[in-house]
Design a protein around this ligand. Structure first.
Ligand code: BG6
Length: 495
């Protein structure tokens, strides 16, 4: 695809995400030769930096820049020459004039053609004010070039705030200028779910209520809240992971085939999935949604603090670090098929996977030595780590009779040697540079996902729904097992 000459402006330019993800992503695009001929990055923040000081901080002294030692000195210098800085008080409309001036200068000296991406990597409370400040200085117009706005998550705090934010941004930018980022969509393995389903004739005919018994999605992390207690305590797992990342995975598993593989068609189908979620009743929330919080425990001989002891977290905090949900998608394809999703911090391991459990055969011909009387076929889409696809099926155990056992057919991305797997941010930034919003969330979908989540938030605020403690390093509250009904059925516990 064609990549126009352009400037990337990062609000929150001295922030953690910029150093950890955004500059390294641009660096990788630079190494891979994906940047256009005329290109610049402008970091924007409150702190006063000269261009040189900023380059030192985000390039030369940035430990997150992958393999920078493998790049020659002169190339590293060439990369750093693309980086600039502009200090700005986001709340002061007049100070955007300085940014405009800087961009005009770059357009002249670097021929960047008035094409700008504004990346909002600031606290969400500043999103509206920045959009307004840009517009007041005519930096949203598309007369001389194009402008796009990337908005980091969280996109809203609940349905009302998400609607408000959408409405506000749409006053200054058109929907096709807005790129709501969800970094899960930038993961190769997540995009591959789309290909697994729609490029193979063996899966799609089975991908429905007739053959699928249930769908399970897990996003487990072994780390705690780390240094983000302040943010996390007013967010929780439902807002932080479920409303966005996990629901994007649900949409990719459940969507109908789009008419084309383009942004409009794919995002239309995803929206329909969110619109088909069966709304929760109060009873459903009490019975089908479980929240938990990790408690201190000893992991591999080391004592780890409980959530309430983490920095920035209230002593009586009820914020969930674990959430598990059972729900239904009321449409033709999925009628009656339960979806189970869960996410948590301080779990035994870091793993994200989608598990499709197929229905067993109707007639049991063979005995089996597995603990299930009639083993089910399972397809596991491993998003991370050990990226790959695992298919479990029955095979005859050699010898007399017809004893069967479940075996694995296992594909690992690692097997594709010499294939470079780009980081999520790298892919997403490149897509935005090329004007492709396929892997970004559309406003109507974001609102539809909030609409489903909102009643849970309300119920958790107002009612006595327990927050179950679970020892750090375990798979969450024990009663989450009871969500999955059926004899000998439980979550898959990957090791
Ligand atoms: C972020 C959440 O969006 O995703 C974090 O705010 C979480 O709390 C992270 O740790 C997980 O991302 P990944 O790519 O490590 O699975």
């Amino acid at each position: 695809k064609k990549t126009d000459d352009q400037v990337l402006v990062i609000f929150g330019g001295s922030g953690d995400l910029t150093k950890r993800k955004l500059i390294p992503a641009v660096f990788n695009l630079f190494k891979g030769g994906f940047l256009p001929k005329c290109y610049a990055v402008v970091g924007v923040g409150r702190t006063e930096y000269s261009d040189e000081e900023y380059r030192k901080s985000v390039v030369f002294e940035n430990e997150h820049l992958n393999e920078k030692d493998k790049v020659s000195e002169s190339d590293l210098k060439r990369f750093s020459d693309l980086i600039y800085y502009q200090s700005l008080d986001t709340k002061d409309v007049d100070s955007y004039a300085n940014l405009k001036e800087k961009l005009n200068q770059l357009d002249q000296s670097k021929a960047t053609c008035h094409n700008y991406i504004f990346y909002l990597s600031t606290p969400p409370s500043l999103y509206e004010v920045i959009a307004e400040g840009l517009a007041a200085n005519n930096l949203n117009n598309q007369e001389d070039g194009w402008t796009r706005l990337i908005v980091e998550k969280p996109f809203g705090y609940d349905l009302e705030s998400a609607k408000h934010l959408n409405e506000h941004l749409l006053k200054f930018f058109a929907e096709d200028q807005l790129y709501r980022i969800d970094h899960y969509l930038g993961k190769e393995t997540v995009q591959n779910m789309f290909v697994t389903r729609f490029a193979n004739s063996i899966f799609e005919p089975l991908w429905n209520r007739n053959y699928i018994h249930r769908v399970e999605i897990t996003a487990a992390e072994s780390v705690g809240v780390e240094k983000r207690g302040g943010y996390y305590d007013s967010s929780g797992a439902l807002r932080d992971m479920v409303q966005n990342h996990l629901f994007q995975l649900v949409a990719l598993v459940a969507m109908e085939p789009p008419v084309k593989a383009d942004a409009e068609s794919i995002r239309n189908e995803k929206l329909k999935v969110f619109q088909s979620l069966r709304p929760y009743t109060k009873e459903d929330i009490a019975n089908h949604v479980i929240r938990g919080q990790y408690m201190s425990s000893t992991i591999k001989g080391e004592k780890v603090p409980g959530y309430r002891e983490e920095e920035g977290v209230g002593e009586e905090s009820k914020t969930e670090t674990y959430a598990a949900l059972k729900f239904y998608i009321d449409n033709w394809r999925w009628a009656g098929v339960p979806f189970y999703i869960r996410t948590g911090k301080r779990m035994p391991t870091r793993v994200t996977e989608v598990v499709i459990h197929f229905k067993p055969n109707h007639h049991h011909l063979f005995s089996s030595n597995s603990n299930l009387a009639n083993p089910q076929n399972t397809l596991v889409l491993r998003i991370q780590p050990n990226e790959g696809i695992l298919l479990k099926f029955a095979m005859k155990i050699p010898g007399a009779g017809y004893n069967t056992e479940q075996v694995n057919m296992d594909f690992h991305y690692d097997d594709l040697s010499n294939v470079y797997v780009p980081d999520a941010y790298e892919r997403l930034i490149l897509d935005c540079m090329q004007g492709d919003a396929t892997l970004y969330a559309r406003g109507d979908s974001t609102e539809a996902a909030w609409e489903f989540i909102d009643p849970i938030l309300r119920a958790w605020e107002n009612e006595e729904i327990p927050v179950y403690g679970y020892p750090a390093g375990t798979w969450g509250p024990e009663n989450a097992d009871t969500l999955i009904e059926g004899e000998q059925m439980t979550w898959r516990y990957p090791c």
